[in-house]
Design a protein around this ligand. Structure first.
Ligand code: PLP
Length: 461
């Protein structure tokens, strides 16, 4: 057999290619190991598809692989889903003040756990505690990685090896496998279910209290609502019952807002201030839900109990980093001026936008979007309903306005809509909408960067 007749033999070796000026320059720019690996990958593609060796095809393949490899995996997208605090899309956008604070401490050393007055070791919670106490009326506060961690830490510290009565109506599952019964198990405490799914009375709790009981607890049913013939026990009465038995009363508030959202025309969500005033000894809530800050879990309450949480070795494992602390401190500072919060906090700004305001934006974007999508589709601006997200106020809807892309020929199959949604996701700043009623719906409530949206629609689809 004549081996020279095999066109693959005309392929240069990786080492030969590395000496090519074009490749050498890439290696100088991006590092030899990466470029070498990509060359090998490009060659193995070419071995199957292009023979004999085609230098242009080779360069194109290398460039493509390199571009994919070097573009970050985690990147910005435009959240036009209509769900403002979208867990899969990173929940709350941060205000500029928080971004600046993170940048300032990211670059170098900080007084993260260093007391500048005494020159001694400090406590990372110290940067946040005073703010949290002022804003919630609590005596003390600590912060961990997220609210799931906060609940785990509270239960493991105060209820390890003991029983925790919880209403059957509150055994929640939050997305991503946070289920109250499982968390109890991991916290090494024993869940004692009380009451029924729809009705739980004070007497149910009272009967459940034994010498093995560690505390009483309320879990906010943040992502569902039990309606109809229902009964729950108000915080005040549960706190009283717990205290009559010398037990702490704790509340997992889920989202928990630090302000009364009705001020911005939004539905009311329970606040940690109310729970503390009602007698709760500890209250936990998320930093990146309605609060509008970075991912973290905040626990506020009695000094003695917070002190015990901090001594639990789990606290060390669940603590949050300096970037989170910097961002949260900056966000909490915005809360000291509630008047301006609606403009300064991006999540609240998005949540409080009126449908009229969003509709004006849709008007501006309709024609450019129609030009981008091309003839097969008609683009309209329509009234839709959005939601807050992250389990906050699950059944309240936000009147919003969306750009709706619908087939002009009325007979588009689901796969064509999926392809359209995929090309929106394939843009440089991916646009994430939702598919509903045979259309792609782009709810513009969260679109604050109109320029980024328009810029990338200049090239036709
Ligand atoms: C969201 C939520 C959690 C989990 O909070 P993360 O900050 O997402 O960890 C726990 N409990 C309730 C009631 C919630 O709504």
């Amino acid at each position: 057999m004549d081996l020279s007749a095999d066109p693959r033999r005309t392929l240069p070796s990786v080492d030969q290619l590395l000496r090519w000026p074009w490749v050498a320059e890439l290696a100088a720019q991006h590092g030899q190991p990466l470029v070498k690996e990509i060359i090998a990958q490009a060659l193995s593609t070419l071995r199957i598809t292009v023979t004999p060796f085609d230098a242009d095809a080779f360069c194109g393949a290398v460039q493509n692989i390199l571009t994919t490899r070097l573009s970050p995996s985690l990147r910005r997208v435009l959240n036009l889903t209509g769900t403002v605090l979208h867990t899969n899309l990173g929940r709350a956008p941060l205000p500029e003040e928080a971004i600046a604070a993170m940048t300032a401490v990211a670059r170098g050393a900080s007084n993260l756990e260093f007391d500048l007055d005494s020159g001694r070791r400090g406590d990372r919670d110290a940067h946040l505690e005073a703010w949290l106490c002022r804003l919630t009326g609590a005596e003390a506060a600590t912060v961990v990685n997220n609210n799931a961690a906060a609940v785990l830490l509270m239960l493991n510290t105060l209820a390890k090896g003991k029983e925790v009565p919880v209403s059957r109506g509150e055994l929640v599952e939050i997305g991503g496998a946070f289920r109250m019964p499982d968390v109890m198990l991991r916290a090494q405490c024993k869940l004692r279910e009380v009451g029924t799914t729809n009705r739980t009375h004070l007497a149910d709790y009272a009967e459940a209290i034994t010498p093995r009981t560690s505390l009483l607890m309320t879990v906010h049913t943040s992502n569902y609502k039990v309606v109809g013939f229902t009964a729950t026990v108000p915080e005040q009465r549960l706190a009283q019952l717990a205290h009559d038995h010398d037990l702490p009363y704790i509340v997992d508030l889920g989202s928990g807002s630090l302000v009364d959202l009705r001020r911005w025309g939004l539905p009311a969500e329970p606040t940690p201030m109310d729970s503390i005033a009602n007698g709760a000894d500890l209250v936990s809530f998320s930093g990146d839900k309605l609060l509008g800050g970075p991912q973290c879990g905040i626990i506020v309450g009695r000094r003695e109990l917070i002190g015990r949480l901090k001594k639990n070795p789990l606290k060390r494992a669940l603590r949050c980093d300096k970037l989170t602390i910097a961002a949260l401190e900056a966000v909490l500072r915005l809360y000291s001026d509630p008047e301006r919060l609606g403009e300064r906090l991006p999540s609240l700004r998005a949540l409080s936008r009126s449908r009229e305001n969003i509709a004006e934006q849709c008007e501006r974007l309709m024609a450019p979007l129609a030009a981008w999508v091309g003839q097969g589709y008609e683009v309209t601006s329509e009234a839709v309903m959005g939601q807050i997200g992250s389990g906050a106020l699950p059944i309240e809807q936000l009147p919003s306005q969306a750009l709706v892309l619908r087939s002009a020929t009325a007979k588009r199959s689901g796969s064509q809509l999926n392809a359209l949604a995929a090309s929106l996701r394939g843009l440089p700043v991916p646009i994430i909408g939702r598919i509903q009623d045979a259309s792609v719906i782009l709810d513009c409530r969260c679109l604050d960067d109109e320029t980024a949206f328009l810029e990338q629609l200049k090239d036709r689809r």
